[in-house]
Design a protein around this ligand. Structure first.
Ligand SMILES: [Zn+2]
Length: 282
């Protein structure tokens, strides 16, 4: 796909097939911060080659969350390069991504097209428990672990304007808590009922002119995020409604009442939503 696009001074995004993952790089005086490593070692190798175009060495890596399309390239990160991630990310890898890889290797997964022969699942080296800062040299970048939403290990990278006049907007690299063109995917380990609240709290901190970089697709605005938050909230309300009416997951999905997305994309939204209501979501 197209090359790096500079969305704010020294903040670059680039999109990678096959699932249109958006990778972000932030350049400081001391090196490059890379956000997410793609969905396979081969994809990560491409990302690292492409990063050389930016004229700085990759010195830091951040994972926005555990899903394979953001972490299965971690093993390609050079020795001595710290990988930062939400402190709950390794547990998600164990609960969901390792079994996903094992199913694929056993030939029983539903993702036969993947390139996972040589994947070694590699958790972040630096667990993030609370908001913190990384100093890239003349550019401090915030790490913001979120409450449960797309997963329970989502982490946002906040890049303030560059110092001095013309420093540009703040950039928020949000992983898959927002997606473009959307809708957000209800994947393994999601928290459909808490997700809209988590996004609303995040967007409270985002200014109208800030740049929001989702985990897939093009950069968007706060207004786009608010619209997507409303859809997430409507889905959560509908899940609560069907649960309160005593419907099974299948009955809820078969209900003619206005789901915002095709029911096939909402199986986990309802299953996991019911688990949240019943206190079974982990
Ligand atoms: Zn993703």
């Amino acid at each position: 796909m197209a090359g790096w696009r500079e969305v704010a001074p020294d903040v670059f995004v680039r999109r990678y097939l096959p699932v249109d993952t958006t990778v972000t790089a932030v350049r400081g005086r001391d090196g490059l911060l890379l956000v997410d490593t793609g969905g396979s070692p081969a994809e990560a190798a491409r990302i690292l080659v492409d990063a050389q175009e930016l004229g700085a060495e990759v010195r830091w890596v951040v994972n926005t969350h555990a899903h394979y399309d953001h972490t299965f390239g971690n093993q390609q990160v050079g020795p001595g390069v710290p990988v930062h991630g939400h402190h709950l990310l390794p547990a998600h890898l164990d609960a969901h991504e390792r079994p996903r890889l094992a199913r694929w290797r056993a030939g029983v997964g539903d993702e036969p097209q993947r390139d996972w022969h040589d994947v070694v699942i590699t958790p972040p080296t630096e667990p993030v428990h609370e908001r913190s800062w990384l100093d890239l040299g003349g550019r401090a970048v915030g790490l913001v672990p979120l409450a449960p939403g797309h997963t329970d290990g989502d982490l946002v990278v906040r890049v303030p304007p560059a110092p001095g006049p013309g420093g540009g907007p703040t950039t928020w690299v949000v992983g898959d808590v927002l997606e473009e063109p959307g809708p957000p995917m209800y994947g393994s380990g999601c928290f459909p009922l808490r997700w809209p609240t988590t996004v609303a709290a995040l967007l409270d901190e985002v200014a109208p002119d800030d740049v929001v970089v989702p985990g897939h697709g093009r950069p968007v605005s706060r207004a786009f995020g608010l619209a997507q938050q409303a859809v997430l909230a409507a889905t959560a309300d509908l899940v609560r409604h069907h649960h309160a009416a005593g419907r099974t997951v299948e009955q809820a999905l078969a209900s003619p009442r206005g789901w915002a997305h095709p029911p096939g994309a909402l199986v986990l939204a309802v299953e996991r939503g019911y688990e949240e209501i019943e206190g079974r979501a982990t």
